[in-house]
Design a protein around this ligand. Structure first.
Ligand code: NOJ
Length: 486
């Protein structure tokens, strides 16, 4: 627009735009159809949504469920910002049938949920609680009856408190063995209907935050060597679980992990910086993803950790790197913009300006190209053939307005931009096979309690009323067209 446009011209232009909008739908539809041509996702792309047990279920003591570390943590004064707990959460334990309908109304053909370990093994031991299993069996039946494929996560942070008390939780390899037993049991009992299992969700969050910084359950502030050792035990648990699932599950059961990969992006996409981002992705994920996918801790990781490096055996590395069927990546904020460096191992991380834009959660910086670079680089580094985006989404300060609606335009903006970048990746052949929007509905957002809302359905936690937000319509629109317009 020329600089000398007068206020009157501007007013006129605004008026014309408004008229255009009024004449809208027909034009919009036409444009959308034209746009779609180049912006489609692969025809077999899996559209889903995701939740986790402690964040939505409630039913904290129902049917013999044992306490988890999150029950104990949330009931400790001062740990959760709004003083809340997951005792009731979205009461999904009682309302799961209704919630399955909500998933269906989005048009999703897949749902990623997590199983609460302490429902199945209340004391973290070897004796199962059939009533706990029964809940997930009913949920799975309900999903399948509605044409929705279940994707189950085994560990979304709710460790049986008994294991924390008995052996120190992830500080001990005994927890890894107990996890494998639990994984085998799930495979044995549910893999007739659940074909896809994620072992561990976000080791990169719950180990540093739970065992190093004391922010998440179990609230420990251990020295770095013990943090690294705990992470090693989680990697071992993952490998043992993959083996147990293969041994006990039906043929064709697929298994992998869902990790909040440290997202490293080229600051400017020159070939040198892209190479630097590749090196950074491998090194900054050396403690979990890389050891699983490559079977060794990188030299730089061991050198950098020094005396704090985990102790491990060659046999453990072999178990940890048992081949997986896919890799799940949780993608939210860009974490490191990098440039090439002469210094080994070959990258520098640029400082993040404080004015970098973020969503309603201050940690959630907006970098849509994260959804392009992260799967692209991961596929290249680890030669991956199947990737799922196991989480992506945003918080919003959305409110129910007088008309009973929730106009979460910021979430729609976020999703549109991230999905456009994801489509850019799939159109280049990056093997992303599916996308799970976080989250189906507002829920217990860990230390932030119920203050940060990530759902495409609004939840009134007093009445348990679910209200679809604008973003629910947006997501349904994307799924129906199997395409996104930028
Ligand atoms: C990742 C975690 O897996 C999930 O539990 C959490 O609610 C979302 N990020 C949003 O912070």
């Amino acid at each position: 627009m020329p600089n000398d446009v007068s206020r009157r011209d501007l007013a006129k232009l605004a008026g014309l735009a408004a008229m255009g909008a009024a004449a809208g739908p027909a034009h919009a539809e036409e444009a959308a159809v034209t746009d779609d041509a180049g912006r489609r996702f692969p025809s077999d792309f899996v559209w889903g949504t995701a939740t986790s047990s402690y964040q939505i279920e409630g039913g904290a003591t129902a049917d013999g469920r044992g306490p988890s570390i999150w029950d104990v943590f949330t009931h400790t004064p001062g740990k959760i910002e709004d003083g809340s707990t997951g005792d009731v959460a979205c009461d999904h334990y009682d309302r799961y049938k209704h919630d399955v309908r909500l998933i269906k109304e989005l048009g999703c053909r897949a749902y990623r949920f997590s199983i609460a370990w302490p429902r199945l093994f209340p004391d973290g031991g070897l004796t199962p609680n059939p009533k706990g299993l029964d809940f997930y069996s009913r949920l799975v039946d309900e999903l399948l009856a509605n044409g929705i494929e279940p994707y189950a996560t085994l560990y979304h942070w709710d460790l049986p408190q008994a294991l924390q008390d008995r052996v120190g939780g992830w500080r001990s390899a005994e927890t890894a063995a107990a996890f494998a037993h639990y994984a085998g049991y799930v495979a044995q009992t549910l893999s007739d209907r659940v074909k896809t299992i994620f072992t561990i969700n976000e080791c990169g969050r719950f180990i540093p935050f739970g065992y190093g910084l004391g922010i998440d359950a179990p609230g420990l502030k251990l020295p770095q060597q013990e943090v690294n050792q705990a992470r090693h035990h989680v990697a071992l648990a993952h490998g043992l679980a993959v083996q147990a699932i293969r041994a006990k599950g039906r043929a064709g059961t697929r298994v992998g992990m869902a990790e909040n990969i440290t997202a490293c992006l080229p600051a400017i996409d020159t070939p040198e910086n892209i190479r630097a981002a590749e090196i950074a992705t491998r090194e900054m994920n050396a403690g979990f993803l890389n050891v699983i996918l490559e079977g060794r801790y990188t030299d730089a990781f061991l050198a950098w950790s020094g005396k704090d490096a985990p102790t491990f055996t060659a046999d453990e590395l072999k178990t940890i790197s048992t081949p997986v069927d896919f890799v799940g990546l949780n993608i939210y904020a860009p974490q490191a913009y990098v440039v090439a460096s002469e210094r080994a191992p070959g990258f520098d991380v640029l400082p993040m300006p404080s004015s970098f834009p973020h969503m309603s959660s201050p940690w959630l910086l907006v970098g849509p190209e994260t959804a392009y670079w992260v799967p692209k680089l991961a596929a290249k580094i680890w030669n991956l053939k199947t990737i799922y985006i196991t989480e992506n989404g945003t918080s919003s300060d959305d409110k129910v307005t007088a008309d009973g609606k929730v106009h979460d335009l910021d979430r729609v903006m976020y999703l549109r931009n991230y999905l456009a970048q994801l489509q850019r990746a799939t159109s280049e052949g990056v093997p992303v096979k599916g996308y799970f929007l976080w989250s189906l509905m507002d829920n217990f957002e860990w230390v932030f309690g119920y203050k940060q809302r990530f759902g495409v359905y609004h939840v009134d936690f007093d009445t348990q009323l679910r209200t679809p937000k604008l973003s629910a319509s947006y997501y349904r629109h994307v799924i129906t067209r199997n395409a996104v317009s930028a």
